[in-house]
Design a protein around this ligand. Structure first.
Ligand SMILES: Cc1ncc(COP(=O)(O)O)c(C=O)c1O
Length: 637
C-alpha cells in the first residue's frame, strides 16, 4: 500500500532554511540529492559538483578533515565580475577613464591565491596593493604587466622605497601612497639619490563616516591617512621641490564591509572634491583610489545590517562612476582612472572550511523513572508532579516551580543533605519538564520570554574537528558571522538545534551566532549523527582575512588545503598543501622536535633501567612519539 507522506522535507526546504540561495551568490546551492553543490561557468555552460563528493575524494587521497577547499573558478569569476561590472558602468555612462582594480594582498596572501588573481587579472590590468615589504616582494614577483598598478600603502622605510623606485625604473607602476607626513622627505631623498622619479599618492582622512564594524577606519580620528591640513602641507612641499607632477593619486579607505551604499556615495562625493582641488593646485593626478569596503552579503538579507549590504555590484560601480562624473564634469576635469582595493568581496566566496563532527552533548534527561521511591526527598516528588503537568495556561508557573525545586535540591546537595543519585534524579526530572515546556511554548502563538531562552539553554553542543582561533578567527575576535550549514543529508529534516564547539580547550572556542535572513540565530538546525557515518559541516565565504589572521591556540596548526578546479566533467585537484604537522607547530613556538625526541628517549631509557618498561616497550613508545610528531594537529580517526 502506498503511504501518503504529507509535507515531506525536501532539499528545497533546506536551501530555504539555511538561506543558501540568498548568500550563495550563484556559487552554492542544494541539489535534489540533498548535497551542497558548488557551481561555476565554463564558457556558456554551468558546471556543478557536490561538496560531499569533493570531500570524499579528498579523503581517499589521505587528506583528513578539517580541510579548507579553495575554488579557483570562483576566484576567477569574482575578478571578472568586478572588472566587467566597472566596464559596463563606464560604457553605459560614457565615462572617459578606466577602471584598474588592485587586490590588497593582506586579505589573502597565500601564494596560490595571488597566482590565480594575477593570472586572471592580467587581462583586466588588475594589480596588487602592498602594505609591507614582504607584500611588495610578492607583488613584484607576480605582476608582469605594465598595465596594472602596485599601490604601496602602510609605513615605508628606505629599503621599501628603494625597491619600489628600482621597480619603477623597470616599468612597473609602483605608487607610493603617503600615509603620514614623515614619509615624504624619505621618498624625495631616495628618489634624488637614485635619480628615479616616484609616482606619489596621498591617503586622506575623510570626514565622511561609515556604518558597520570598521567605522573607526573613517572620520577625523582614523589612524591612517593625512588630515586636510597635512595634505596641503604635502602639496606645498612637493611644489617647493618642483615635484607636483609626481602627485598622481588620491586614496582613501573608509573601512572594510561597508553595508550601506549611502556611505559609499558620501565618501566618493567628499573625495572627488579633494581630487578637484588637488588638480587645481597643479598636481598631475589621474588616479582616484577608493580603497576597499565593497561588502559581502554574509547572511543574504540584502540589508544594511553589518554582515550584509544593501546594494549589488552593479549599483556599487554605477554609483561610483556617477558621483565622479557629476562632481568633475562641471569643473571640466578629466575623468580619472578609478582604482578600488576590493579584498573581501574578491576572495571571500572562494574558500569553504569543511569539518567533521566528533561528538554531541545533548541536554536531555537520560532516565526518568515511572515511580519515585517514597523515601526520596519531598522536593523530588514535587518535581515529579510537574512532569506532564504543563499546558499553555500554566506554562510560566510550571517553569518557575521547576526552577525553584531544582535550585533547592542543588542547595541541599551542597550541604550534604541530598546524595549524588538523588541529585541526578532531580536534574533528569527538571530536564524532562523543561523539554515539555519548551515544546508547548514552540507550538503556542503566545510569547514566553524566559522559555525562549530555555530553548537555547537546552540546545545541543556539536563538537567539531577544527579550531575557531585558527580557521575562523574573526568569529572569536569581532563576532563575525559566516554562513554555516551541513553539506549533505539536506533532504532530511534537521531535527536538532545546536551550537558548535571546536576542539580547543577554550570556552571562547565556539560558534553560537548563525546567519539568518531576518536576524541572527543562536542555534543552528543540524541532523542527528548516524553511527559509522561522518557528518560534515561547511563554513562558507571564509576566503578573506581568516587564513593568516588565524593563530596557534592550543597548538592547532594550519588545516589541510586543497585547491579545486571545476571542469565540464566534474572537478580536478590542482594544488594541495598539507596542514601543519605537530612537529611544525612545535617548531613555531621554538621547540626543536629532535631535542624533544632526545629528551624523551632518555626518560624512556631511564624507565627501562628502573624496570618500569621493557626494551621492547621502549621501542613501541618511541615509535608512537615519532609518529605523533609527524601527525596532523587535529583529531584523526
Ligand atoms: C587600505 C586598505 N585597502 C583595502 C582594504 C580591503 O578592504 P575590503 O576587504 O573591505 O575590500 C583594507 C582593509 O581594511 C585596507 O585597509
Amino acid at each position: 500500500m502506498n503511504k501518503i507522506v504529507r509535507h515531506a522535507w525536501t532539499a528545497g526546504h533546506s536551501a530555504e532554511l539555511y538561506g543558501v540561495n540568498e548568500w550563495g551568490a550563484d556559487f552554492f546551492s542544494v541539489s535534489d540529492q540533498g548535497d551542497v553543490t558548488v557551481q561555476a561557468n565554463i564558457g556558456a555552460n554551468t558546471t556543478s559538483s557536490s561538496l560531499l563528493e569533493i570531500v570524499e575524494e579528498v579523503r581517499q587521497r589521505g587528506i583528513d578533515s578539517p580541510v579548507l577547499v579553495r575554488f579557483d573558478n570562483i576566484l576567477a569569476e569574482q575578478i571578472s565580475r568586478l572588472n566587467n561590472a566597472f566596464a559596463r558602468a563606464i560604457e553605459e555612462n560614457d565615462y572617459r577613464g578606466k577602471y584598474r582594480g588592485v587586490f590588497p594582498i593582506k586579505v589573502n596572501q597565500q601564494c596560490h591565491v595571488i597566482e590565480e588573481i594575477t593570472r586572471v587579472g592580467a587581462q583586466f590590468g588588475h594589480g596588487l596593493e602592498a602594505g609591507s615589504k614582504p607584500e611588495l616582494i610578492i607583488a613584484l614577483a607576480h605582476l608582469n604587466t605594465r598595465d596594472a598598478h602596485i599601490v604601496c600603502n602602510g609605513y615605508k622605510d628606505e629599503e621599501f622605497i628603494d625597491l619600489g623606485l628600482h621597480a619603477c625604473k623597470m616599468g612597473y607602476r609602483v605608487i607610493f601612497v603617503i600615509e603620514t607626513p614623515s614619509e615624504l622627505p624619505i621618498i624625495l631623498e631616495r628618489s634624488r639619490e637614485l635619480d628615479i622619479k616616484p609616482i606619489i599618492g596621498v591617503r586622506v582622512k575623510l570626514a565622511s563616516m561609515v556604518g558597520g564594524h570598521w567605522n573607526a577606519t573613517s572620520g577625523d580620528r582614523s589612524i591612517f591617512g593625512l588630515s586636510i591640513a597635512q595634505l596641503i602641507s604635502v602639496v606645498d612641499k612637493l611644489r617647493a621641490e618642483s615635484m607636483l607632477d609626481c602627485l598622481q593619486l588620491l586614496h582613501y579607505h573608509l573601512g572594510s564591509q561597508i553595508p550601506n551604499i549611502r556611505d559609499i556615495r558620501s565618501g566618493v562625493v567628499e573625495a572627488c572634491q579633494v581630487y578637484v582641488d588637488l588638480v587645481r593646485e597643479g598636481a598631475t593626478m589621474g588616479l582616484l583610489d577608493l580603497g576597499g569596503g565593497l561588502a559581502v552579503d554574509y547572511d543574504g538579507s540584502k540589508t544594511n545590517f553589518i554582515h550584509s549590504r544593501n546594494y549589488n555590484l552593479n549599483e556599487y560601480c554605477t554609483d561610483i562612476v556617477d558621483v565622479i562624473m557629476s562632481t568633475l564634469d562641471p569643473q571640466k576635469i578629466p575623468h580619472p582612472t578609478i582604482i578600488t582595493e576590493s579584498g573581501r568581496a574578491t576572495v571571500a566566496y572562494s574558500s569553504v572550511l569543511i569539518f567533521n563532527v566528533l561528538d554531541v552533548a545533548t541536554f536531555e534527561p537520560s532516565h526518568v523513572p515511572e515511580k519515585i521511591e517514597d523515601d526520596e526527598h519531598s522536593l523530588i516528588h514535587n518535581l515529579k508532579d510537574l512532569v506532564n503537568a504543563a499546558n499553555v495556561r500554566n506554562l510560566q508557573e510550571c517553569y518557575n516551580d521547576a526552577l525553584f525545586y531544582r535550585d533547592e535540591i542543588r542547595e541541599l546537595f551542597k550541604r550534604g543533605q541530598v546524595n549524588l543519585r538523588s541529585r541526578s534524579l532531580a536534574e533528569n526530572l527538571f530536564l524532562k519538564i523543561m523539554q515539555q515546556i519548551s515544546q508547548i511554548a514552540e507550538d503556542s502563538p503566545q510569547k514566553f520570554e524566559e522559555v525562549t531562552q530555555l530553548r537555547e539553554q537546552l540546545s545541543d553542543i556539536y563538537y567539531c574537528n577544527f579550531s575557531v582561533f585558527q580557521s575562523l578567527p574573526d568569529v572569536w575576535a569581532i563576532n563575525q558571522i559566516f554562513p554555516i550549514m551541513p553539506i549533505h543529508r539536506l533532504n532530511e529534516k534537521p531535527q536538532r538545534q545546536a551550537i558548535i564547539a571546536d576542539i580547543t580547550c577554550d570556552c571562547d572556542g565556539k560558534i553560537d551566532r548563525f546567519t539568518d535572513i531576518r536576524n541572527t540565530r543562536k542555534m543552528l538546525p543540524l541532523h542527528q549523527l548516524k553511527d559509522n557515518e561522518e557528518y560534515y559541516i561547511g563554513a562558507f565565504l571564509v576566503g578573506a582575512y581568516q587564513e593568516t589572521l588565524g593563530d596557534l591556540h592550543n597548538l592547532f596548526g594550519d588545516t589541510n588545503v586543497v585547491s579545486v578546479n571545476l571542469t565540464e566533467g566534474g572537478f580536478e585537484f590542482v594544488h594541495e598543501i598539507e596542514g601543519d604537522s605537530i612537529s611544525n607547530v612545535l617548531s613555531y613556538v621554538e621547540y626543536d622536535p629532535q631535542t624533544l625526541q632526545n629528551r624523551f628517549r632518555k626518560i624512556a631509557e631511564q624507565a627501562v633501567r628502573e624496570k618500569r618498561i621493557s626494551a621492547a616497550d621502549r621501542l613501541k613508545v618511541m615509535n608512537a612519539f615519532s609518529a605523533s610528531l609527524r601527525g596532523y594537529t587535529y583529531y584523526e580517526r
